[in-house]
Every structure is written in structure tokens, then in C-alpha cells.
Design a protein around this ligand. Structure first.
Ligand code: AGP
Length: 625
């Protein structure tokens, strides 16, 4: 996820407006940034920097102020190409006359880049985004317009048509903001699977990833829909479909202040990120599922079908929430006939010494900087194992010490308590498990298509699950005074019981334990007291009958049981309260069952007035051992 912005108007402080907008979008990405602006004489100014927007602001401030202009800006969360000044947006065409900023992923950028290179285009970055500027350059040329001969009244229609034709070549997701030095009277924007909103000012207009970028200037906004183009001029904004048909749009007035806007109107980043999980899963799966069996993964990260067949075992390693994702991975891979293990990184040393080149170590880390996980990876590589990392942070240390990297595409996760990154990790693991199963003949083409279809339904099912937020909040508030919680489940949802316990511990500071339900009678059942909250994850599946028995045993000893069920399993389980989820295949249930537990933890913490986004004693990335 990145933050893009655009401005056009009479304000003499265009570059300051762009920089300020980027500062308010930094929660969307902050590894590098840049702005570009063009004045009425078509003089183009472009400045980029690696690092946060403040670095860029200092560079811009050192330069002479510039008059009113059209401009674009970008703050990056890298997906293709490590964080660097060269890879920072804006990106330009060969002649540095067309300037693009982009949020999203151009799935077919390699194909487009190959054709453009063959046509003589010169590239300056490793990014997918730069391809857009060169395609646009080609489209302008293909309109048989010799730039010097363009009549001034033709500049806007030619720019618009070249941009419109460019969009037809792009596959994937994009929110774009584009300027052309020869046409300083217009900023063009387009939206497909990435948010874009227009701000309506007086003698000036804005376009950005979200309203926080320009809310201090105007509260009158127009939200764009997928498949729409915005032609933004200083005194007007017109909207069109990608086919060029004009679209009438209504403006709305935003009631948020700019701080609330950074959180999308949510009270905390954690809640906002819980609500971004459908998008995180969708973006992580996009373009990577079919054909299942390795070619896609080989193209992206050099993991061939032959290698996936050859590995004798898979060993997951991580910390905290990422470790819980490892435990789901172990069940999945074993389900597909692959020997698999999962270890906490800080307890990995002895295991690492037993590894060899026949083992694939899968290291999972949102930050890619967790010291324990990095140390575990070094030990594994010293033993000769191959390492595949699953991470959300392009260019992180972990990626530079791995043989293969599978990125989650969740965008920055600001809340210390990991939520959307966890869902992204699960999505990546399901993706990997499916390719392994297909490559090893454990999943035929029909099964693979069904598996992929079930996975592609998950984002919608996540949204359906989130519709129960109010009911979950009501249940959680009823337990705000409790000091002890138990979470239990079995099979592929046992790790979700652990994750639910961790979530409530880290943001509510109460004692909570996750347990395999089958273990209760081996000791933990002794701690149950009358009214003790016990959350039981019990979807339909092979473990349901045993789970129903465990819930009965807990209730008999006074536990106050909240069961996470689906319509069918609700008939089998006798609990005090139910949170009923949409149905999915048994193996995929962790992608849904964790969500009510995240919301439960959030609303208990909210009722206890805890500092949810920055819990005491915790850091977002633990870079010490
Ligand atoms: C989870 O909510 C915590 N923030 C913590 O357990 C985290 O998952 C762990 O520190 C691992 O971080 P990583 O994914 O960046 O390696």
C-alpha cells in the first residue's frame, strides 16, 4: 500500500501542499517518497528521497520557492524493487515529460517492460510503476501527434486519450495520478482496486489515496469507483469511465478531522487494519494462484516445481503472531503429505543443526527485522537448508538473507498488535501449500481449481464476518472486568486459539491462555472457575464432535463459553453465546475464525481504556534477542 497525491491550483506553495499531503499519508507507506510539479511554462520539477517525507521536505525547502503548478506526490511501501531513491516515485518516461505516481501492483509489468525495452525504451528503476510512464509515452506517440505541432486546445484531449488507452494495457491494481509537462492545466487520475478520492477546493483541486492528504484544505470530496478516470483542473473536475464515457458524481462533505482521517475514521489503527484484511488477503493472492504447481512462484521467486517436489520436509520458524501462522502452515503442509514442523525462532538452535539441503525453512516475519527470526535463518543456512521468507517489508534484512521471498501485500501495519499482516501471512502460506501440493501430485487440476476458488472467496467472507462487529463488541464488553481468559480449539484452528489469547494479552494486559482443546483434561481444566470466559473455536469439520465434548466439560465446571461456529456446527455446540461465521472449507477456516478473536480482544481493550495501538512494553518490531 502506498500513498499518492495530486494538486492543481493557484496556490504558490504547490510543493509544500504536496509534501504536507504526503506526511498525512505516511501511514500508508514510508520507505521512500517524491514529488513532481510543472508550472505554466511547462518547466518540470522532480525531487525524490529514500526514507521518510521529512527527508524530502528538507531537500525541497533548500530550493527556491516555485509558483502555482500542477503536481503529484508519492510515499512508498515497496512491493517491487527495494526501497531506494531510484525506485521512489514519481517515475517518468524516456523524455522525462510524463510523470506517474501509483498505488497498487501492475501484474503484467514484466510483459509490458519486455515489449517496451524491445521498442527502445530506457528504464531507470526496478519498479512495476515505471512501465506506466513508458506505455503512456508510446500511446502519445501512437496518436500520431508530433508534440511540437499540438495546438494548445488539443493538449488536454490528447493527454486524456493517451492516458485512457494506457489503462487498457494494465492488469492488476492501481490508483494513479499523472501529469504531462506539456499540459500543465490538468492532472489525470484513475482507479482500479486501489482507493482514490478527489478534493474540491476554490480555484484549486486535489486527488489522493484518501482524504487525510487534503482535509486541511477542503472537506468537500468525491470518492472514485473502480474503472473511473478523473480529469482534474484548477476550476473543474470531470469523471469518465475507462471507455471514455462521462460519469456524473456527487460530492460529500467529510466530518472527520485529519487525525481521524489517517485512521480512515476508525478510532485506532488496529481496528482500521482489522477492516483492511479482506484487501490484504486479496492483494496477497492476486495473480499468484493459477496455474497451481510452481510456474508462477518460479517466475516471482525462483521456486521451481522440481524444487517443491524435491524438498523432503518444510520447517516453519517465526515469533509471536507469525509463529501462529507457522503452526497453521504445519497442519496445511502435513495435510498435503509434506513432513512439516514449526518452531519458535528463539528455540530453533537445536533443530537448525539437524537441517540440510533437503529441508526448506519457511521464515515468517511482517517486519523482516525480528532478531530471533534472523538468527534462526542464519543457523538454518549454516546447516545447508534453503530459506524461503514470507514478509510484508520489501528490502528488509530477512529478504536479503533468504533464497526465496514471498511478499505479503498488506501495506504498512501500524498497530503493534498484528492483524492484517497475520491474515496476509496465512494467505501466503495457503498459496504456497497449494503450489507444493500440486507440484507433488497431491492435488490434481480439479482440486487445485476448487482450492483456488475457495481461497478467492475468502475476502468476501471476511467482509461478511466483519458485519458481526457490533455483536462481538457487545459480547466483549461483557467481559471487560475479567482478568483470566481461556481460548481452545483443535487441528487447524488450535493456532487460532493461541493467536486469540496473544491478542487479548498484548492489548488488554490480562492473563489469557490458548490450548489444544484435547489438552484441557490433562491439567488446565483445573483452573476453570465459575464465570471464567472461555472462547472455543468450533467450526464444522473433523474436530467438531470432540470440540463439542470439550465445551460441555468446560461448561460443567462453570465456564462462560463463547463459541466461534458456522451455521452447521452451531447445532452441535452448546455454548452461552455464539459468533456464527460464513461457511468455508475446513482447512480454510483459520482465515475467518481469527477475526472475531481480534475484534473480541480489541473491544475488551477499548472497554479497559488501554493504549491499543501502542501497548505498554511492546515494540512493533523486536530487533533485539
Ligand atoms: C503480534 O501481535 C506481535 N506484534 C508480535 O508477536 C509479532 O508478531 C512478533 O514480534 C513477530 O514480528 P514479525 O512478524 O515482524 O517478525
Amino acid at each position: 500500500m502506498c500513498g499518492i497525491t495530486g494538486y492543481i491550483g493557484d496556490n504558490k506553495k504547490t510543493t509544500e501542499i504536496l509534501i504536507d499531503g504526503l506526511k498525512r499519508l505516511e501511514y500508508r507507506g514510508y520507505d521512500s517518497c517524491g514529488i513532481a510539479a510543472v508550472d505554466a511554462k511547462s518547466a518540470l520539477y522532480l525531487k525524490r528521497a529514500s526514507g521518510r517525507v521529512d527527508v524530502l521536505a528538507k531537500l525541497v525547502a533548500e530550493e527556491p520557492a516555485r509558483g502555482p503548478q500542477a503536481g503529484v506526490g508519492h510515499t512508498r511501501w515497496a512491493t517491487h524493487g527495494a526501497p531506494s531513491e531510484d525506485n521512489a516515485h514519481p517515475h517518468t518516461d524516456c523524455a522525462s515529460q510524463l510523470v506517474v505516481v501509483h498505488n497498487g501492483i501492475i501484474e503484467n509489468y514484466l510483459d509490458l517492460k519486455e515489449k517496451l525495452l524491445a521498442a527502445g525504451h530506457k528504464f531507470k528503476s526496478e519498479t512495476d510503476t515505471e512501465v506506466i510512464a513508458h506505455v503512456l509515452e508510446d500511446k502519445l506517440k501512437s496518436l500520431h501527434v508530433q508534440e511540437k505541432a499540438i495546438r494548445s486546445d488539443m493538449l488536454e484531449p490528447v493527454f486524456f486519450e493517451a492516458f485512457r488507452r494506457t489503462l487498457a494495457d494494465l492488469k492488476g491494481s492501481f490508483a494513479l495520478s499523472v501529469i504531462w509537462a506539456k499540459c500543465p492545466s490538468m492532472v489525470l487520475g484513475a482507479r482500479l482496486h486501489s482507493p482514490l478520492v478527489v478534493g474540491l477546493g476554490k480555484g484549486e483541486n486535489f486527488i489522493a489515496s484518501d482524504v487525510s492528504a487534503f482535509l486541511k484544505h477542503t472537506k468537500r470530496v468525491i470518492f472514485m469507483n473502480d474503472g473511473e478516470i478523473a480529469a482534474v483542473k484548477k476550476d473543474s473536475v470531470d469523471f469518465y469511465t475507462f471507455q471514455g464515457k462521462k460519469v456524473a458524481k456527487e460530492s460529500v462533505t467529510i466530518q472527520w478531522d485529519s487525525t481521524m482521517a489517517e485512521k480512515g475514521g476508525y478510532k485506532h489503527f488496529m481496528l482500521k487494519e482489522i477492516h483492511e484484511q479482506a484487501e490484504a488477503v486479496e492483494n496477497t493472492l492476486r495473480g499468484r494462484l493459477l496455474p497451481m504447481g510452481g510456474d508462477i512462484l518460479n517466475a516471482e521467486m525462483g521456486l521451481t516445481a522440481a524444487a517443491m517436489k524435491a524438498f523432503a520436509s518444510v520447517q516453519f520458524v517465526a515469533c509471536g503472531t507469525a509463529y501462529h501462522a507457522c503452526l497453521v502452515g504445519r497442519v496445511l503442509f502435513e495435510n498435503f503429505g509434506v513432513h512439516a514442523g514449526a518452531d519458535v525462532a528463539s528455540e530453533f538452535t537445536d533443530r537448525a543443526r539437524l537441517l540440510d539441503k533437503h529441508t526448506l525453512v519457511v521464515a515468517i516475519s511482517q517486519s523482516g527485522e525480528t532478531a530471533d527470526t534472523l538468527f534462526a535463518v542464519r543457523e538454518a543456512r549454516a546447516a545447508g537448508a534453503k530459506v524461503l521468507s514470507i514478509t510484508n517489508t520489501v528490502g528488509s534484512t530477512l529478504t536479503r538473507e533468504s533464497d526465496h521471498v514471498l511478499y505479503t501485500h498488506c501495506g504498512p501495519e501500524i498497530g503493534v498488535a498484528s492483524t492484517k499482516a497475520f491474515l496476509g501471512q496465512l494467505a501466503a502460506i495457503y498459496l504456497l501449500a497449494g503450489h507444493f501440493a500440486a507440484a507433488r501430485g497431491r492435488m490434481d487440476a480439479g482440486d487445485a481449481r476448487k482450492y483456488a476458488e475457495d481461497l478467492l472467496k475468502i475476502p468476501r467472507l471476511i467482509e461478511e464476518t466483519l458485519e458481526q462487529e457490533k455483536e462481538i463488541a457487545r459480547i466483549a464488553e461483557g467481559f471487560a472486568a475479567s482478568e483470566h481468559f481461556l481460548f481452545i480449539s483443535r487441528h487447524v484452528n488450535y493456532p487460532i486459539a493461541l493467536e486469540g489469547a496473544l491478542k487479548i494479552k498484548e492489548i488488554s494486559y490480562v492473563h489469557a491462555e490458548g490450548y489444544p482443546a484435547g489438552e484441557m483434561k490433562h491439567g488446565p481444566i483445573a483452573i476453570i472457575y465459575k464465570g471464567m470466559p472461555l472462547l472455543a473455536v468450533a467450526p464444522s469439520g473433523r474436530a467438531l464432535d470432540l470440540m463439542a465434548g470439550n465445551i460441555e466439560e468446560a461448561k460443567a465446571r462453570g465456564a462462560d463459553v463463547v463459541a466461534i461456529v458456522d451455521e452447521a456446527s452451531r447445532k452441535t455446540v452448546r455454548a452461552s453465546r455464539y459468533i456464527t461465521l460464513p461457511k468455508t472449507s475446513e482447512l480454510l477456516t483459520p482465515l475467518l475464525t481469527v477475526i472475531p478473536l481480534q475484534l473480541f480482544a480489541y473491544y475488551v481493550a477499548l472497554a479497559k481504556k488501554c493504549d491499543i495501538d501502542k501497548p505498554r512494553n511492546l515494540a512493533k518490531s523486536v530487533t533485539v534477542r
